[in-house]
Design a protein. Structure first.
Lengths: 746, 154
């Protein structure tokens, strides 16, 4: 097992061709069913890793991080649709970390192709490739993959459980299974007698699972309709259990302070002042910082502040200017990737007008509402940990290694997350809690980061620079040559998560630029990797969060140079290349009543980005309010292939836009003396209720394959705003955040 | 010396230094975890509770200064018995991650107590201290308007 896992990882890093080889080589391991991690309940049964039935009713396992995106609700609906249970009859749990809960879509997303031009064969290939996620222990929530992952598998899981329950009833009644029906959590006998599922569970648990075909969408009762969220009542009554709400009998509360010079160690500390402070229990040396354990989180935070610490410098340049000098230096080296190279960008087409521009965007923090935290209990032979995390298997493994136990000796409870956005795919906050707990055997400890520690110790969205050269002729784009330089979040994370250095072309740096569905005859995108050790990671929409702005704003510049309407300009480029992309542009044109003209004091901009398989177009309207600029209205159109929950999709696209606009307006992480300068929301603000635009969302279903929805709303929002500001003011924003150049309503 | 305070109608006596913020008394001492820690500097509103009906940031009110009866989200309604405001929140399916919603609801409750039918401008003024990183603002606004309507009809 370990060996095939290792081969899979190596193959993954070499590239897709080798990955396919890896699948063939490991076919047996890949095809072998993963063990069911659920223990059958008393008087009940676990029909498969996702369906558990006992006397209390039906419990569905949705082993994906619920961080606001509504995955528990839609995941459960996929199973319930085929299982014929209603929402009021079931319970949804996250469940334990387990190989059975691997994400079958995340590796498919990592394939280097453009995506929008994938054939059915390529889709099938991606699915096969995805299966290797099982041997790689990829129980991961991210990359907008839950729906592509679960869409068929979970319906099939529900259908199989249903038919198995019917078989149990058929055996009991001595009739053929085909004579039975199911409805609202019960099997209905030919004479109308109802046998509730709990009554059949034990018998069904003894049968081999029965396969069944999936129902056509025309027969759906739940899918395709807005479902009330399974977590709503808990979240509006303060009873939802986030990681930070974990309360275990006898627990203590801890706070930490880590070296602000990212990557630096601690030289020495003096805790004499902290020791005598109220409520303080003890201090734990974490190597690159300290934790104080106390009777109350606030008392622990106060004591942590009182510790005198001498920090070693970190490995990174001291200030923002030097960091970006290092990023710029990447352009002088070899390109890491050339994932698109159509036509010949070397020569300027005859009669074309050249356009050039350089862009620069900052590092960004995730700034989840719930600061990083975890709770741990170490007994010497076992570690129990409560953590809101997006990667349970990784978390369990890392915590086990930290305290010197086998992963099997670690029991991980994945709680609700007060925001994730990629930050909670990391294991650091769980590992720190495990480290502290090891120092206090048999005492549960909750370790909570202050907001300041959270913001200063993130895995940041990389800062990036772009150099574009384009050419327009007869109102159309005829050439686009782009270079993007940044740290690779993927390569750094692979090293961190899988313990091996990564190499090869990095899709993340150029995602949202190389794979845009535009028929530009001469179109090249090259990526350059900056040599820096600033901790970087996955931030909602990842590479597209950079290029959605960089690439699309440059497209806008080309449209203006071509004296074309910016929306019509994009539409013309998309029309021949990818019809669903053209349709979202047409939709947003219609929704916003786009005419290309705006009255005095109003500006409009369009942004478009194809990311995570979703073409998304956004129009933003800005209004001059006595010299201050208000973001007044927004229209979003996106194509997700199959819309499983329209209400939740509307929420996701709106929220993703707000997340993008927040970063575009106010978000920047800067460095001074080797440390992050921002510490809390006053330095790192976001949109609030009064400056969030009135928003309309339209979901289209013209694509053949289902997509995710958590991320694609973010990238085009940033560009649409910058393009609207250009329309209003004539000033072209080539740097973010926009607050430095524009007087925005705050 | 123990300090006493009333939370959701129940009298408690806590043995903590009087400079501990109310937020951490509620969460770590009384086990009322519905009130959330977000920033500790009154910049996000996640810790909003009411004291004598006034919405306050519990991270900024120290235990020794609590001047009246404290009401938290736990006192407003339960999953089985939602208050009218919470019903409006459910009707509009407001929450995403949900972490800020306790504070949003406690702030909105104080707004509606003072201004039974708030305009959009009044909602903006009252609610702009409450941050939501999921961007649920449009639904928060809609839920406040609905709640105002429901309260009027009740």
């Amino acid at each position: 097992m370990a060996r095939i896992g290792k081969i899979a990882r190596r193959s993954f890093l070499i590239g897709s061709a080798a990955l396919v080889g890896g699948v063939a080589f490991g076919a047996y391991y890949v095809a072998r069913p993963a063990p069911n991690p659920l223990t059958p309940p008393e008087g009940g049964a676990t029909l498969n890793p996702f369906v558990m039935i006992d006397a209390n009713g039906v419990t569905l396992i949705a082993p994906r991080a619920e961080m606001g995106q509504g995955v528990h609700t839609t995941w459960a609906a996929l199973i319930a649709e085929e299982l014929d249970v209603d929402r009021d009859q079931l319970r949804v749990l996250h469940g334990p970390p387990a190989q059975a809960y691997y994400n079958s879509a995340v590796l498919g997303e990592a394939l280097p192709g453009k995506g929008y031009d994938r054939s059915d064969f390529a889709h099938a290939l991606a699915e096969q490739v995805g299966k290797i996620g099982k041997v790689m222990d990829m129980q991961l929530t991210g990359g907008s993959t839950s729906m592509p992952d679960g869409y068929e598998r979970m319906r099939a899981t529900g259908a199989s459980a249903r038919e198995t329950l019917k078989q149990a009833a058929a055996n009991r009644l001595g009739v053929d299974r085909a004579q039975l029906k199911t409805e609202r959590g019960a099997v209905i006998a030919p004479d109308g007698t109802r046998i509730a599922y709990p009554d059949l569970a034990v018998d069904a648990g003894k049968l081999d699972p029965v396969d069944a075909p999936l129902r056509p969408p025309s027969q759906w009762r739940l899918l395709g309709k807005t479902q009330p969220r399974v977590d709503m009542a808990a979240k509006i009554t303060g009873t939802a259990q986030f990681g930070i709400d974990t309360r275990v009998k006898g627990m203590k509360f801890a706070a930490l302070r880590m070296n602000p010079h990212l990557g630096g160690r601690m030289i020495r500390f003096d805790d004499s002042a902290a020791r005598g402070m109220p409520g303080v229990d003890r201090l734990v040396n974490l190597g690159n910082g300290i934790a104080v354990v106390a009777s109350n989180t606030w008392l622990a935070m106060q004591a942590a502040e009182a510790v005198e610490i001498e920090w070693a410098p970190g490995p990174n340049p001291a200030d923002t200017g030097a960091v970006f000098d290092r990023i710029a230096a990447a352009f002088d080296g070899d390109a890491n990737s050339t994932l698109r190279d159509d036509g010949d960008v070397g020569a300027l087409p005859l009669g074309a007008r050249e356009v050039t521009a350089d862009y620069r965007i900052p590092y960004l923090a995730h700034a989840t509402m719930e600061p990083m935290n975890a709770t741990a209990l170490y007994t010497g032979i076992k570690l129990e940990i409560w953590s809101g995390n997006q990667a349970p298997l990784l978390t369990r493994k890392a915590c086990a290694a930290a305290v010197g136990l086998d992963p099997e000796a670690v029991e991980l409870h994945t709680t609700y997350m007060g925001g994730g956005f990629g930050r909670r795919a990391e294991v650091d906050f769980s590992v720190y809690a495990a480290n502290v707990a090891k120092e206090l055997p048999d005492t549960p400890v909750q370790l909570t980061w202050s907001r300041e520690e959270d913001m200063r110790h993130d895995y940041y969205r990389p800062g990036a620079m772009a150099r574009f050269r384009g050419a327009v002729k007869d109102g159309k784009a005829v050439l686009l040559d782009g270079q993007i330089a940044a740290q690779s979040a993927t390569q750094q994370a692979m090293g961190r998560w899988l313990g091996m250095p990564a190499a090869g072309p990095d899709k993340g740096t150029v995602d949202g630029a190389f794979n845009q569905p535009y028929s530009i005859p001469n179109y090249r995108i090259r990526g350059y990797l900056a040599d820096l050790d600033i901790p970087v990671g996955f931030w909602r929409s990842v590479g597209a969060s950079m290029n959605g702005f960089l690439f699309d704003c440059f497209i806008d510049e080309m449209a203006h140079a071509a004296e074309a309407d910016p929306l019509a300009f994009r539409l013309a480029l998309a029309q021949d290349e990818h019809a669903p992309s053209a349709k979202v542009l047409e939709a947003v044109r219609e929704m916003s009543g786009w005419s290309g003209e705006t009255p005095e004091g109003i500006g409009r901009g369009v942004g478009f980005c194809y990311s995570f398989g979703v073409p998304t177009a956004t129009v933003i309207e800005v209004t001059d309010r006595d010299g201050q600029i208000e973001i007044s209205r927004a229209w979003i159109a996106a194509d997700v292939g199959t819309a499983l929950d329209p209400g939740n999709l509307e929420a996701q696209f709106t929220g993703a836009m707000v997340y993008g606009l927040s970063a575009a307006c106010f978000g920047e992480i800067t460095f001074a003396e080797g440390a992050v300068e921002q510490a809390n929301f006053p330095d790192y603000d976001a949109l609030r209720i009064h400056n969030t635009p009135v928003t309309e969302v339209k979901i289209l279903e013209n694509q053949m394959h289902i997509t995710g929805a958590g991320e694609p709303g973010t990238p085009p929002a940033m560009a649409a705003l910058a393009n609207a500001l250009f329309d209003l003011t004539g000033t072209r924003a080539r740097q973010l955040p926009l607050m430095h150049e524009f007087d925005l309503v705050t | 010396m123990p300090i006493s305070l009333t939370v959701n109608g129940t009298r408690h006596s806590v043995d903590l230094p009087e400079d501990v913020p109310l937020l951490w008394v509620l969460r770590d001492e009384l086990g009322l975890t519905g009130t959330k820690y977000g920033c500790g500097v009154a910049a996000c509103g996640a810790c909003t509770v009411q004291i004598d009906g006034e919405a306050v940031r519990s991270c900024q009110v120290v235990l020794g200064d609590v001047w009246g009866a404290v009401d938290t989200i736990e006192g407003l309604g339960t999953p089985g018995a939602l208050s009218v405001l919470q019903q409006a929140w459910a009707q509009h399916q407001v929450a995403q991650c949900g972490y800020c919603q306790s504070g949003q609801i406690m702030q909105a409750a104080a707004l509606l107590a003072e201004t039974p039918d708030p305009s959009d401008e009044e909602i903006d003024a009252a609610m702009q201290g409450n941050l939501c990183r999921c961007g649920t603002y449009p639904r928060i606004r809609a839920a406040i308007h609905s709640a105002a309507q429901m309260m009027k009809e009740a």
